[in-house]
Design a protein around this ligand. Structure first.
Ligand SMILES: [Fe+2]
Length: 183
């Protein structure tokens, strides 16, 4: 189940929300779009990018129309990936982008940490979850020590994923993706 946990900047838990509609509303109040897409159609892990985009064609086209995204791709990561640690660390430090960060979880899971005001909103995303982090929002992403996910990424700038790191070590004070999964 998707989950939203709200922490203060010291890593103290303030609130935990499991109800999808409540998560959606809370995130919407922060200008973060959170949706749950229909995942009824069977899609094997081995599905190609084209097959994934075909299955989610309606939602993908709706989102592209709505936000004018210029490019889309599908990324996946498994626990046996030789560079999993390196990749995990790359997204683990707090950063911002001049573009939205928009993901749809086709399979598996991952955790987004959104540092807005004096709080950190921890969004555990899994299969069927769509999230759009607004431009210039401080955030980081943890895929865990045993990453397992497949996601559609949407980009509105041709450069794709460009991060501006804030230099903050706040991510160390918050529970990791592995800890969120175990909790
Ligand atoms: Fe990011």
């Amino acid at each position: 189940m998707s989950l939203l946990k709200v922490y203060d900047e010291e890593g103290n838990l303030l609130e935990s929300i499991k109800d999808y509609e409540e998560i959606r509303k809370k995130l919407a109040s922060l200008k973060v779009i959170f949706e749950r897409w229909n995942t009824d159609k069977e899609l094997p892990w081995s599905a190609t990018q084209e097959e994934v985009l075909q299955v989610y064609k309606e939602d993908v086209e709706r989102i592209v129309r709505e936000y004018g995204f210029k490019s889309i791709d599908v990324v996946s990561l498994t626990p046996d990936h030789p560079k999993r640690e390196e990749l995990r660390n790359m997204f683990l430090s707090e950063h911002t982008h001049s573009d939205f960060e928009v993901r749809f979880f086709v399979d598996g899971c991952g955790t987004f940490y959104l540092h807005i005001g004096d709080k950190v909103y921890v969004v555990f995303c899994e299969k069927g979850d769509f999230i759009s982090v607004p431009a210039n929002t401080k955030h980081w992403f943890d895929m865990g020590t045993k990453p397992f996910f497949k996601a559609i990424r949407f980009f509105s700038i041709p450069e794709g994923w460009v991060a501006n790191f804030t230099g903050s070590d706040i991510s160390k004070r918050l529970p990791s993706h592995d800890e969120i999964v175990e909790s």
